[in-house]
Design a protein around this ligand. Structure first.
Ligand code: PSU
Ligand code: MN
Length: 303
């Protein structure tokens, strides 16, 4: 019988064994599905450097040659940054059994792999959520269910602004996922600094965030927690500008009949082009910022 194992990189495995801080990263954002080249490689470099700068070990999750990987060698970065098939949590088993060449992990599959490896903190850009018109399309990202299920803290810049943000927050409440804003009173809107929906809880330091993580654990809660950090103001896009472009992107996707898992990559690409890559610069800045907060959190949690 074929056995499918998760391959944990040596440095990551050693750090976990010694209770040193580790931060998991998804790979969709670094693949062609998430960011145009060469910004995707820059994003990867900046996230990895930010995590290391804070003394933590980065662990990119990805499927390579049919093997689920937690942590990859620098020599494999070009594979991570190339063309890939999107692997959400439900695709993971299929990708292994069918030996997909490069499978880019989303938030949901990364959370499963991080949890299995024993990694407590995961960093991303913006999570998937409830899509606009979900009452018609039924499109709700599996990221949300995975956040509720796996015992990992996700650090993000809120949810992508082309989603239905009020419903996304409601859904997180339904699933009982704690949503904590770091230094913000509003749910961050990805590339937009100032959100408009009140955040359920606010903290003003990573230490206070860690206290909430520990309190949830001491209650025996087994699921995850969503830590939201706004994009740095100097790199943010203006809300009115992005709102118009978002509407155009969604209309374009509808006109072309783009559905299902292809929606998010299509809309991200449209917005990148329409903002002359301004959205890409903001995306890089927020991904790096989240990675550095995640590394600080992982450090506190291992102490
Ligand atoms: N945020 C980004 N770029 C991305 C994504 C999020 O800035 O590429 C990806 C993440 O991997 C997320 C996924 O988990 O989109 C959600 O896709 P869907 O809506 O199909 O569940
Ligand atoms: Mn979807």
């Amino acid at each position: 019988m074929t056995r499918f194992q998760i391959r944990i990189d040596d440095e990551v495995g050693e750090a976990l064994a010694r209770n040193r801080p580790v931060v998991a990263l998804e790979s969709t954002i670094f693949s062609h599905l998430g960011l145009p080249s060469p910004a995707n490689l820059e994003a990867l470099n900046r996230c990895i450097s930010a995590i290391r700068r804070h003394g933590a070990v980065p662990a990119i999750t990805v499927v390579l040659d049919g093997v689920a990987r937690v942590g990859v060698d620098q020599s494999e970065w070009p594979l991570v940054c190339g063309p890939a098939r999107k692997v959400g949590e439900r695709e993971l088993g299929t990708a292994l059994a069918q030996r997909w060449k490069v499978g880019a992990t989303t938030v949901s599959s990364s959370l499963l792999l991080a949890a299995r490896a024993g990694i407590e903190v995961f960093s991303t850009g913006g999570i998937g959520g409830v899509h606009r018109n979900s009452e018609i399309t039924g499109d709700i990202s599996s990221d949300l269910g995975a956040l509720a299920q796996h015992r990992v803290v996700t650090v993000c810049a809120g949810a992508k602004s082309f989603l239905d943000l009020p419903r996304t927050l409601e859904y997180l409440e339904t699933l009982s996922v704690p949503v904590i804003g770091l230094g913000c009173d509003f749910f961050p809107e990805f590339t937009v600094h100032q959100g408009s929906l009140p955040i359920p809880a606010r903290v003003d330091s990573v230490q206070q965030l860690a206290d909430i993580v520990r309190a949830n654990r001491s209650l025996g809660r087994t699921g995850g927690l969503l830590a939201c950090v706004p994009v740095p103001e100097k790199d943010a896009l203006q809300k009115n500008e992005i709102d118009q472009i978002t509407n155009a992107a969604l209309q374009n996707a509808a006109e072309l009949g783009v559905v299902g898992s292809a929606v998010t990559p299509h809309v991200l690409k449209f917005i990148a082009e329409a903002t002359n890559e301004g959205s890409v610069r903001a995306n890089l800045a927020l991904a790096e910022n989240n990675a550095s907060i995640a590394a600080q959190l992982a450090t506190i949690l291992t102490n």
